[in-house]
Design a protein around this ligand. Sequence first.
Ligand code: APR
Ligand code: PHB
Length: 393
Amino acid sequence: MGLTVETRTQVGIIGAGPAGLVLAHLLRQRGIDCVVLERQSRSYVEARIRAGVLEHGTVDLLTSLGLADRLHRERMVHHGIELLFERSAHRIPLTELAGHEISIYGQHEVVKDLIAAWDGPLHFSVSSVALSSLDSAPVVSYVDSSGVPQVLRCDVIAGCDGFHGVSRASIPPSVLRVYQRDYPHAWLGILAQAPPSSEELIYAHSSRGFALHSMRSPTVTRMYLQVRPDEDLSLWPDERIWSELRARLDRSESTWSLADGPILERSVAAMRSFVVSPMRYGRLFLAGDAAHIVPPTGAKGLNLAVADVKVLADALSSFYATGDSAGLDAYSSTCLQRVWRVQHFSWWMTSMLHPTGDDPFDLALQLAQLRYVTSSRAAATSLAENYVGFPFP
Ligand code: APR
Ligand code: PHB
């Protein structure tokens, strides 16, 4: 009979993505013990290429935790974005309109920094994670990377295990309200060893579909193409990808050209909007992608996850310091205020920029919205304040 090892902590954190890792550091800063359990290996988690826009609130929080030294050295600070439509480019001056810049820094770089700075219990490659007794004395059972069965007893569990995790699945479906919208498109993303062809991000609406020109460094470009949800990546050789990007990023000013180079990574990602309510069940608190998914058009995924765990860390800090559970009791409603604002913005950006190809009314609405947001200071300011992000709760 194999021996089961029992341990105890205050907060059991499921998932070592941005939500779980930022929460661990926030709890450590507040003197609260936690254990992080991650089913993938460290190398897998650190290599997972995701988006790369950090709101000023996220940068400030990482700085306050002493985790932003490399970020401040290597990030690219941007003060605007470009909207391209009808082959005409229009700049949205983010800092001028909303008072804050954005930072371009790969989210996997954030994860690397968070892991490197963590010296607490963080177990990679765990398996068979199961949650129980969520309404009283929560228990996480799992098998560690050596195959030893483990039982972790906690005061609270933070479900930071993403959209496909075990935490949300541990809540009785009858308790949850699920809000979901699937879009008729996906993003084909590439990482290329090529110098960016623009100093700022370009969101392009074209008759051939949406394209996004982003970047990771002065020598690495990150770009995306709107494709069908069931797109077959094998039908997209390098030449086709570059040709389609050039076509969609084309503009009447003929001076602009797109630099290409070796493609280092490519993938197709579906787009959905998803929210569960409440984000709490007993002593289980969902945070980040475990509770909500936004289409990437607004570059909000990581930033929203960080906002969730800031609320949770503050609520736990108050609970452990004074016994006051008001913050924990309000956790879900507090987070969902911001979640729905971000959901709306991400849906709005996605709807405005992605032609569906078969409805002239939709196209006319998109062009009307694009013309308005690039000609009205009020409309551009609304986009800017949502894009740079609102102050954390
Ligand atoms: N047990 C342990 N870990 C798990 C389990 C499980 N059963 N299921 C999933 N995980 C891990 C995943 O391997 C992943 O590392 O949980 C982590 C969840 O991380 P993310 O999916 O990145 O979600 P989150 O931390 O909420 O990040 C939110 O950040 O990465 C960006 O844009 C991305 O929107 C995303 C945002
Ligand atoms: C990225 O750089 O990966 C990126 C930028 C902006 C977005 C989405 C992704 O809206």
